[in-house]
Design a protein around this ligand. Structure first.
Ligand SMILES: CC(C)(COP(=O)(O)OP(=O)(O)OC[C@H]1O[C@@H](n2cnc3c(N)ncnc32)[C@H](O)[C@@H]1OP(=O)(O)O)[C@@H](O)C(=O)NCCC(=O)NCCS
Length: 201
């Protein structure tokens, strides 16, 4: 068993990352069709560098593999980075490397699951993220998740010979509705008759 069901949705679940997938991750981070939307566009990453980067992410950040539920196949990853224990905030990042799985609602569901972990398990107060202004798919997905536009950095990244704005989105814990954690908790503490002893609001 390579993957483990930590947070479970209808289309995907989030599992700890398996280092066995390092070759697949290396393929994805070198794919410019994906990289044009991500920080790693300008990096040249071989397997050993990717292995070291993944290891660092696993040790320092909260990162999950996104596993497609029907096939049990790894299709991408998502994470919470730069977590502050003082201010209770973090930066969210995501990519689906298997491009045939874009536009099926999986990215939106994976983002919602990791936010559930952020707000209802890690007790974070605020989660923010950056998105390139030309990444219309990601912007639509984040708006579906419930992220709010917070501002922009003008002419902040250089891609394909031009500068582009980077948009900043964020969400507060009070703005988030739990899709998984609260339901799982309520079910697990139900009495034998199946009635919940608590009220989830
Ligand atoms: C961004 C990403 C995580 C979104 O996940 P996804 O599963 O493809 O997204 P979803 O299917 O949940 O939602 C995409 C939405 O954008 C819409 N969309 C797709 N292309 C679009 C475009 N060019 N303009 C506007 N909307 C677009 C889809 O129709 C869908 O909206 P709908 O459900 O209202 O129809 C994924 O596409 C991805 O990993 N892309 C490459 C890497 C990347 O951009 N990472 C994010 C960096 S900030």
């Amino acid at each position: 068993m390579k993957y483990f069901r930590k947070l479970v949705g209808e289309k995907c679940y989030l599992s700890p990352i398996s280092m066995d997938d390092v070759e697949k991750y290396t393929e994805w981070v070198n794919d410019m069709e994906i990289g044009q939307f991500m920080l790693f566009t300008s990096s040249v990453v071989g397997i050993e560098k990717e292995r070291a980067m993944l290891q660092k992410l696993i040790e320092n950040d909260v990162v999950f593999a996104i596993i497609e539920k029907d096939t049990n196949k790894v299709i991408g990853n998502c994470g919470l980075h730069n977590i502050s224990d003082v201010h209770r905030h973090a930066t969210f990042g995501i990519f689906i490397g298997e491009k045939t799985f874009w536009n099926q609602g999986i990215g939106t569901e994976a983002a919602t699951l990791i936010l559930d972990f952020a707000f209802n398990i890690l007790n974070l107060h605020s989660v923010n993220m950056d998105v390139y202004s030309y990444n219309r798919r990601a912007i639509r997905s984040y708006e579906k998740v419930g992220f709010k536009y917070a501002g922009k950095r003008r002419d902040y990244i250089f891609m394909a010979g031009e500068y582009h704005d980077v948009l900043i989105y964020d969400m507060l814990a009070s703005e988030f509705n739990s899709p998984y954690v609260k339901d799982m908790y309520a079910k697990s503490i139900s009495d034998e008759a199946g009635r919940s002893r608590i009220t989830i609001v």
